[in-house]
Design a protein around this ligand. Structure first.
Ligand code: ADP
Ligand code: ASP
Ligand code: MG
Length: 409
């Protein structure tokens, strides 16, 4: 008998029929003698609809109240799934995040889980029940409802699996595993049987939203056995996130290609090339809690230099307002912003021991006439910023150039 945490995403619980199918799947695990905790998302599209309603009232919704609204989608699906389970004779009970308790900090709309009280869940499991928990939500020390950021149900599931020391955390979604890139963009993408934790962390942070990055961080910290699977197939082992660094295992040099359209670029031209300038520009941006991703400072000439960086597209207007103030303070010539950029990254632990990955990447893009605006690298990834209109082409040609369509699934 194992203790399994299963998470079903929005598409998997998108209709009442699909919720009934989830119930049947859960019942099968239960019938095999396993203890099952199920974490569910809201029905697909529901969280967007709720956020849309809030924005009709307040264009920039009050974050606390937004979480009160946005969290309700999951309350619907936990109740429906618990009913669907009972309807087929499986004893079940549903809990909101607050009822569990999933305790978070008070950073509304992007709260972090601080602790999980597993008392209720354990008691119910011992009594033979399936426990159905609302993903994406928690409660802070004041008792306010919080949400964990978009895609946060993955993190709820892994955190609950960690708290319960579950044998496995299974993320059921609308694809049958983690692919070499988003199969919606590249039909030739291949499923990976395994991916290392480090690679998955990079893929998620670079835009592959199949898993929320914090869920991968949790899995790494607490060594949760994490698997991504399809909720629409009965067979299949999905993709296992691995931790052990098996030196004997033949690893592909590149495991995947991630991309992200959610960034925007700013360039500050004609700033004095002197110590402290980066701090003067980025200090106020950081103070406003805006994450900066890539940064480039050009070589100075005639005592002047140019400075470029990227932020999340949702932070564009706030960052622009801050930079307009900074411009006068640092005596910059011009600030320009560009929202039509995209970031494409190749990821693979094999990069550590192979040279020529960057040149292959740059050559491939050059052959398609795609201009590279920014570059950043780490030990296991290379990212470039390009014009958004070339994104799909870039991902496709890179996928081919690194022979990812040949990966054996
Ligand atoms: P859920 O609602 O189940 O949480 P998501 O939409 O959040 O599902 O995540 C699954 C989607 O992630 C897939 O439909 C796919 O389009 C996208 N995706 C992006 N990158 C990848 C990748 N490398 N492998 C698999 N899916 C990916
Ligand atoms: N329902 C939330 C969202 O749409 C959380 C999730 O699906 O993981 O972001
Ligand atoms: Mg998701």
């Amino acid at each position: 008998m194992a203790l399994i945490v299963q998470k079903y995403g929005g598409t998997s619980v998108g209709t009442t029929d699909r919720i009934k199918n989830v119930a049947v799947r859960v019942a099968r695990w239960r019938a095999q003698g396993h203890q099952v905790v199920v974490v569910v998302s809201a029905m697909s599209g529901e969280t967007n609809r709720l956020i849309g309603l809030a924005k009709e009232i307040q264009p920039n919704p009050d974050p606390r109240e937004l979480d009160v609204v946005a969290s309700t989608g999951e309350q619907v699906t936990i109740g429906l799934l618990a009913m669907a389970l009972k309807a087929i004779g499986v004893d079940a009970v549903s809990y909101t995040g607050g009822q569990v308790t999933v305790l978070t900090d008070s950073a509304f709309t992007k709260a972090r889980i601080e602790s999980i009280d597993d008392k209720n869940i354990r008691r119910d499991l011992t009594n033979g029940k399936v426990v159905v928990v609302a993903g994406f939500q928690g409660i802070d020390a004041e008792g306010s409802i919080t949400t964990l950021g978009r895609g946060g149900s993955d993190t709820s599931a892994v955190a609950i699996a960690a708290a319960l020391k579950a044998d496995e955390c299974q993320i059921y979604t609308d694809v049958d595993g983690v692919y070499t890139t988003d199969p919606r963009i590249v039909p030739e993408a291949r499923r990976l049987r395994t991916i290392t934790f480090e690679e998955m962390l990079e893929m998620a942070s670079l835009g592959s939203k199949v898993l929320q990055i914090r869920s991968v961080e949790f899995a790494g910290k607490y060594k949760v056995k994490l698997r991504v699977l399809s909720s629409f197939q009965d067979e299949g082992e999905g993709t296992l996130i691995t931790f052990e660094d098996d030196k004997n295992m033949e690893k592909p040099i590149i495991s995947g290609i991630a991309f992200n359209r959610d960034e925007a670029k700013f360039t500050v031209t004609g700033v004095p090339d002197r110590p402290g300038i980066a701090y003067q520009i980025l200090g106020p941006v950081a103070a406003a809690n805006i994450d900066v991703d890539m940064i480039i400072q050009n070589v100075g000439h005639d005592g002047m230099t140019d400075f470029s960086f990227t932020v999340g597209r949702g932070d564009f207007d706030r960052a622009k307002a801050i930079l307009d103030q900074v411009k006068a303070q640092v005596g910059a010539k011009e600030i320009s912003g560009d929202k039509s950029i995209a970031k494409v990254s190749v990821v693979g632990v094999g990069m550590r021991s192979h040279v020529g990955i960057a040149s292959n990447m740059f050559r491939t893009l050059a052959e398609e006439g795609i201009n590279i605006q920014m570059i950043s690298t780490s030990e296991i990834k290379i990212s470039v910023v390009i014009d958004e209109k070339y994104l799909e082409l870039a991902v496709r040609v890179l996928h081919r150039a690194f022979e990812l369509d040949q990966v054996e699934a």
